[in-house]
Design a protein around this ligand. Sequence first.
Ligand SMILES: Cc1cc2nc3c(=O)[nH]c(=O)nc-3n(C[C@H](O)[C@H](O)[C@H](O)COP(=O)(O)OP(=O)(O)OC[C@H]3O[C@@H](n4cnc5c(N)ncnc54)[C@H](O)[C@@H]3O)c2cc1C
Length: 737
Amino acid sequence: MAMAIGFFFLPVRQWFAVFEAYVHSLGVIGPVIYALGYAVLTVLLFPASFVTLGAGTIFGLKMGFVVAVVGANLGALCSFLLARTFLREKVVGWTASHPRFRFLDQAIGKQGFKIVLLCRLSPIFPFILLNYFLGLTAVRTAAYVLANLLGMLPAMFLFVYFGAAARDALDAQPSAATDFYQQVLKYVGLLATLAVFVVVTRLARKALRAVEQAQEGSVVTGEPRLNENFSAVPFDRMVLIDDPHDKQLLENCRPPRWVNPAPAKKYNLVVIGAGTAGLVSAAGAAALGAKVALVERNLLGGDCLNVGCVPSKSILRAARAAHDAMNSVPFGIALPGKAEVNFGAVMERMRKLRADISRHDSVERFTKLGMDVFIGSGRFASRSSIEVDGKRLQFDRAVIATGGRPKEPPIQGLREAGYYTNETVFTLTELPRRLAVIGAGPIGCELAQAFQRFGSAVTLITDGSGILAKEDRDAADVLHRQLEKDGVRIITGGKIQRAEAKAGEKQLMFTINDQAAAVGCDAILVAVGRAPNIENLGLEEAGIGYSIRGVEVDERLRTTHSRVFAAGDVCSRYQYTHAADAMARIVVANALFLARRKVTDLVIPWCTYTDPEIAHVGYYEESARAAGFDVTTLVQRLSDIDRARLDGETQGFARVHYDRKTARILGGTIVACHAGEMIGELTLAITAKQKIGMLSSTIHPYPTQAEALHKIGDAYMRTKLTATVQVIFKKWLAWRR
Ligand SMILES: Cc1cc2nc3c(=O)[nH]c(=O)nc-3n(C[C@H](O)[C@H](O)[C@H](O)COP(=O)(O)OP(=O)(O)OC[C@H]3O[C@@H](n4cnc5c(N)ncnc54)[C@H](O)[C@@H]3O)c2cc1C
């Protein structure tokens, strides 16, 4: 309004003429100066339409268009970057405590190109304000620049055209072409406006759903969202501190005389947590020349080395040996006496192997790799620093790799009765006569079988309808039968109400089909799932979003703080060592080298190491159908595989799903004594996007159990031999005789 008044009452036309003459007097740098001036005025929120008209008037249509496009885009980018640099962090900090807006922001970030393009085409969003607004959101700069450029072109052309027309004193009445162009622009603008509203409404709805799901998560477990009173099990309850092997482990993974170094001025990368994800991130970054700090509150090596894969697989091997020794007669081997388990020796072997392996994860090795190792609890002190042991570590990038811990079920009296989890069970030196295992996931099943085979009377209780809920029912059933054959008592659908310890024994009171029942035991092992370690990390201070499921990350493993990433159990539903390792590699590339690798591109297999093992990769039949594939499944029983028969290991099968249209392998499950070794072949095939026929053309050594996959490939090839093809072949061969 002020401008319009000024235009009529001030000598604006004369001023403009002087200005025009001045710009022309500058010669070739005139357009450059004009474009730069355009950018500055955009940043200063001066209405861009006047400057665009001016460009047309001063330079004519062609040059004016170029000048206006360059100036407008430059100004838009500067405004965007100003908002991004000075205000974005505040927005992120605010959204950390407003999940609805956080999800919306993330969604806008993902759909950035589309949203910017539509906003630009729509006439109702003011150009100069929108630049700043978009800078506050998670829209990526590259998407913003490109969409801006494309979205501005039509309106820009129109304004420059009018400006040029004024200069050339074309008739004030728009020509038919101009009229047509104006109409087109009007409708495009209208459609774009509608589209912006549709897209943003859809995103908002999705964001709302995501918040609701996250909140459901906290309701399901009945835990508060963040238990600040939680304290981690200390390392001296995870190992036997007087045992020589565990002393060696401590010497490696938490040297008793360790003194934390003085922090460097700034680190390229600070990693919190020295489990697989933390160690691999830290080692990868240090090997590439980064200045790295690694922070660990307990033992380097994390769960896998100390209380997870390594000790559990060591005792599972011993359990298999016990089982083989006790079941040698069918093989024609009679032992002179009854095979006996020396549980103390089993556990000592485990501690020795664990101590040996711990050298790979030692403080000494990692300091030699050139990084600063800090022992102590790390927490974000600000958006750019982490505090540990009273020291501040300034970072350019940080990784949260704090893993998870066993969930504690809300069972009345359980704490008082006393129980083991994976964090404490490997300190046992005497075999419990009777063991109750709560939870029938992979950890519960593995340890139940091992302890039963060592001689404990094991009861495995789950409130679910079967063991290994995630796996195909027939796969889990094979293991169910084997566990019962081993002597494990399996209670499904058992809802534990209370635990008690009296007269030297523990009791678990539960209901099953609404009937009350109880199990007596000498020790209880809890394995009901995992909770992410997100407490006391200062996530709010750093503006990092999280839910009960862990730290929130996008597909590139970036948290809601653009310079902080996460990897491993703390942010993933794939809670395996190899998954943590793969995520850590992605983090190093994305955090330090601007790569854009996605965790969603990973093909992650897994295995439950019971006897038989159950391994899986890719889709299950149902999930493949849900994803829209036309699924066909082929199964090969091990009872038809020579090597399985020779080994006496005929329970089990291999199953492969493929897409009928493309023949591409989608997923598979293997139940076999060494399924974990066999699943690698399917994983490779899926990673390499291979077709199922490839299993037939790959030569497998004879006799191996992996021949099951070869036979599945052959079965697929036979489906190609249709009746028509057979007739053609017959005719061809008859003709050749
Ligand atoms: C019994 C059992 C058996 C398993 N067997 C297998 C298997 O056979 N194969 C397999 O692939 N996976 C297995 N897993 C899973 C595997 O152990 C985990 O997936 C893997 O350890 C995850 O690595 P991570 O680095 O994410 O976390 P972790 O290994 O849990 O490491 C996280 C580290 O962060 C530290 N930390 C936490 N908070 C802080 C803080 N504030 N400051 C400093 N440090 C902190 C913790 O002390 C810990 O050392 C098993 C797990 C269990 C429990």
